[in-house]
Design a protein around this ligand. Structure first.
Ligand code: NAD
Length: 251
């Protein structure tokens, strides 16, 4: 039986992380051929081996999303290996927790470079191949912290707010060119990014307490949102924000 992504070539950044690897595994199960990209080279080799063992067609590419040169290389490798690209999922991200006064410029610059500039560079560099596909989808990863203020994580909040609107303007720009662009906004998700906080504070973690479902989500609960937006099932959906947060932003 064909999968929901059969015949599609999908590039996933941040592919070895919690949400990235769950997404890569689900996309492979649904028949996509994959370019898995991450800055963590060893984890990338392990992920590619895992996916290949399950029969997936995989190209693993080391990528620092903040580098336009790196992006150029990875898109060229994609073109050489698969000849085209149908789906780009920008998942790579980093967090820095201090608020406005506590944030050092160096970490501000890095968070913006990875989360915000990295998302723009990905769209910019992949766009010629995506346009050529004629039926392409970009999924950008924002956050609930791209929607509401928290009082902490100033650089992260700024970057995720930017990803939200970058997504919408790209959706408008490419709406008649066969490229849809949407954002996913996870709530509190148990991944390496926040695992130490969850381990320390458990169910008493303030954002978990504020989540109506009273628990953190799992990466496997975010991957299906990525899949819906990547697949042809969302053919009339562009510029939208898909919130997956256990109700956190509902009140
Ligand atoms: N975990 C959460 O609660 C949560 C909530 C909302 C949004 N998000 C977002 O989801 C995305 C995935 O995060 P996660 O929770 O899976 O965290 P994670 O730390 O498990 O994964 C992040 C991945 O990005 C990669 N990465 C970091 N810098 C990179 C760079 N410069 N170039 C390429 N890859 C790089 C890391 O190596 C890692 O594999 C991020 O954009 C994050 O901001 C996470």
């Amino acid at each position: 039986m064909p999968g929901r992504l059969t015949g599609k070539i999908a590039l996933i950044t941040g592919a070895t992380g919690g949400i990235g690897s769950a997404t890569a595994e689900l996309f492979a199960r649904e028949g996509a051929s994959l370019v898995v990209a991450d800055i963590a080279e060893e984890a990338l080799r392990d992920l590619a081996a895992r996916l290949e063992a399950k029969g997936a067609d995989v190209l693993a590419a080391r990528l620092d999303v903040s580098s336009s040169e790196n992006w150029g290389e990875v898109i060229e490798l994609t073109r050489q290996r698969f000849g085209r690209l149908d789906v780009l999922v920008n998942i790579a991200g980093i967090v820095d927790w201090p608020g406005i006064e506590g944030t050092e410029q160096e970490s501000w610059d890095r968070v913006i470079a990875v989360n915000q500039t990295g998302t723009w560079l990905g769209m910019k560099t992949a766009m010629p191949l995506l346009r050529a596909s004629g039926n392409a989808s970009i999924v950008n990863t924002s956050s609930v912290l791209g929607l509401i203020g928290s009082g902490v994580a100033a650089a992260y909040q700024a970057s995720k707010g930017a990803v939200r609107l970058l997504t919408k303007t790209a959706a408008v720009e490419y709406a008649t060119q066969g490229v849809r662009v949407n954002s996913v906004h996870p709530g509190v998700i148990a991944t390496p990014m926040i695992q130490d906080i969850l381990d320390e504070q458990g169910d008493q973690q303030p954002d978990v307490v504020r989540t109506p479902m009273r628990r953190a989500g799992s990466p496997a609960e975010i991957a299906p949102a990525m899949l819906f937006l990547a697949s042809d099932e969302s053919s009339f959906v562009t510029g939208t924000e898909l919130i997956v947060d256990g109700g956190l932003t509902a009140h």
